[in-house]
Design a protein around this ligand. Structure first.
Ligand SMILES: Cc1cc2nc3c(=O)[nH]c(=O)nc-3n(C[C@H](O)[C@H](O)[C@H](O)COP(=O)(O)OP(=O)(O)OC[C@H]3O[C@@H](n4cnc5c(N)ncnc54)[C@H](O)[C@@H]3O)c2cc1C
Length: 388
C-alpha cells in the first residue's frame, strides 16, 4: 500500500498549484464580483497545461490525464476559485467525457479538437436537467424524433453549465415514450443550429465565474450521426459520466475547503482578543483540528475513488461516498472559517464568505447528497459482501 503521489503527479500538482496561485487566486474576488468567466486564465490553462483537454486523448488534442491527475487539478483550481474550477470540471467531465467514452471515431475527430484550447465559445456542456426533472432523470420530457436522417429535438433544459459559451451541448433526450431506462439517448447538439435558444446566465448564490443557463430546443434539427452510441443507451451512459463527475465535484469541494482552512489558520494567528491571538484559544484550536482532520479524510476518499477509476475497477459507490463526504465537509469547513473570522467573515472584503457560498452548490450539483446516500445505501444493502 502506497499513499505517496508518484513523482509525476507531484510535479503536476506543483505546476497546477503555481499556475492557480499566479493566474486565478489573485483575481477571484474581482471576477466573481463582476460575475465574469475568467477567460485569460482558461486560455492560458488550456494552452500551457492542457486543463481543457484532461479527459481527451492526445490524438484529438487533449492531455489525456488519468483520473488522479484530473482530481488533483480540479482540487487546485477549487483552491483558487470555485467557479473557474466548475467551468473546467463541467467542460472536461460532462462535456468532453461522453464523446470520449461513447463517441465513434468520426464524432471524436469532429467535436473534440475544437474544444481543448479554452477559447471563448468553445467550451463543452452536458444538458440533463429540465425544469421538471433533475434527480429523476427518467422523467425528462425533451423529445428527439427521427425524420429521415435527421433528429428533430424539442423541449427545454435548465441550469446547464457552460451552455452560453459552448461549441456543442451533449443533450439527454427521450427517444421512446415509456418511462424506462431504455427510453433515453444522448445526442450532440452544435450550438450554431437553428431553433436552439440559450437564456442569459442564471442569477446564483455564488460561483460568479461560472454561468449556468436555461435552454430551449425548438424543433432543433441535427444529423442522425450525432447520436452517441446506440438509441436507448442514454440513461446508462449518463450514469457512467456522472460517476466520474462526482469525483471532480468532491475534488472541487476539497479545494474550496483547503482554501477556507488556510484563511482561517492565518486569521487565527494574527487576530488578538483579550490580549492573546485567537490561535491560542482551545475552542479555536479544536475547530481548526476538526477542519484539518475532515479535509484529510475527504482527500483520501477522493483520491481513492479516482485511483479505483484509473485502475479500471468499479468506483461508483466510492465516488458517491467521496462526493457526499467531501461536499458536506466543505460546507462545515467554510462555515467554521467564517466563524473564526467573526464579523469580518461575513464581509465581502474577506474571501471566506465567497467560499461558503461557492461550497453550497457542491451538495446539489451532479447528484444531491440525498441521491448519493441512495446510491451508497443500495450498495450497502446489496448482496455484495465487500465495498471495495
Ligand atoms: C450552478 C448549477 C449548475 C448546474 N449545472 C448543470 C449542468 O451542467 N447540467 C445539468 O444537466 N444540470 C446541471 N445542474 C442541475 C443539477 O444537477 C440539479 O439541480 C440537481 O441534480 C438536482 O436536481 P433538481 O434541482 O431538479 O432537484 P430535485 O430533483 O427536484 O430535488 C429536490 C430535493 O429533493 C431531494 N430528492 C429528490 N428525489 C429524492 C428521493 N428519491 N429521495 C430523497 N430525496 C430526494 C433532492 O436531493 C433535493 O434535495 C446545475 C445546477 C446548478 C445549481
Amino acid at each position: 500500500m502506497d499513499f505517496d503521489l508518484s513523482p509525476e503527479l507531484r510535479m503536476w500538482r506543483d505546476a497546477v498549484h503555481n499556475f492557480v496561485a499566479k493566474e486565478i487566486k489573485p483575481h477571484a474576488a474581482e471576477y466573481n464580483a463582476r460575475e465574469e468567466i475568467m477567460w485569460p486564465a482558461l486560455q492560458k490553462g488550456g494552452q500551457q497545461l492542457g486543463l481543457l483537454g484532461m479527459t481527451v486523448p492526445e490524438e484529438y488534442g487533449g492531455s489525456a490525464l488519468g483520473a488522479l491527475g484530473m482530481a488533483i487539478a480540479i482540487e487546485e483550481l477549487g483552491w483558487g476559485d470555485g467557479g473557474t474550477a466548475l467551468v473546467v470540471a463541467a467542460h472536461n467531465g460532462l462535456g468532453c467525457a461522453p464523446i470520449v467514452m461513447f463517441g465513434n471515431e468520426a464524432q471524436k475527430r469532429r467535436f473534440l479538437p475544437r474544444v481543448v484550447a479554452g477559447e471563448p465559445g468553445q467550451l463543452a456542456a452536458l444538458a440533463l436537467t429540465e425544469p421538471n426533472a433533475g434527480s429523476d432523470l427518467k422523467g425528462i420530457q425533451t423529445r428527439a424524433e427521427l425524420e429521415g436522417d435527421t433528429w428533430v429535438i424539442s423541449g427545454s433544459k435548465m441550469w446547464i453549465t457552460n451552455a452560453g459559451e459552448a461549441d456543442y451541448i451533449v443533450t439527454l433526450v427521450r427517444t421512446s415514450p415509456e418511462r424506462s431506462s431504455h427510453s433515453l439517448s444522448l445526442i450532440v447538439v452544435p450550438t450554431n443550429v437553428d431553433g436552439l435558444h440559450v437564456g442569459p446566465p442564471e442569477k446564483k448564490m455564488g460561483l460568479g465565474t461560472t454561468h449556468s443557463h436555461a435552454i430551449t430546443y425548438d424543433h432543433v434539427r441535427v444529423p442522425r450521426e450525432n447520436l452517441l452510441g446506440e438509441v436507448g443507451h442514454g440513461m446508462y451512459q449518463t450514469l457512467q459520466v456522472l460517476d466520474g463527475g462526482r469525483i471532480s465535484i468532491g475534488a472541487l469541494a476539497l479545494g474550496i475547503a483547503q482554501a477556507a482552512f488556510e484563511e482561517a489558520v492565518a486569521y487565527a494567528k494574527q487576530r488578538m482578543t483579550f490580549g492573546k491571538p485567537l490561535a491560542a484559544r482551545q475552542a479555536i484550536q479544536f475547530m481548526l483540528a476538526d477542519m484539518a482532520t475532515e479535509i484529510h479524510a475527504a482527500r483520501l476518499m477522493v483520491y481513492h475513488a479516482a485511483w479505483l477509476k484509473q485502475q479500471g475497477r468499479p468506483f461508483s459507490h466510492a465516488a458517491a461516498m467521496a462526493k457526499l463526504f467531501a461536499t458536506e465537509m466543505a460546507e462545515r469547513v467554510t462555515r467554521n472559517a467564517i466563524q473564526i473570522h467573526g464579523g469580518y467573515g461575513y464581509s465581502r472584503e474577506f474571501p471566506v464568505e465567497r467560499m461558503y457560498r461557492d461550497a453550497r452548490l457542491m451538495t446539489i450539483g451532479e447528484g444531491t447528497s440525498e441521491i448519493q446516500r441512495i446510491v451508497i445505501a443500495r450498495r450497502v444493502l446489496s448482496s455484495m459482501a465487500s465495498l471495495f
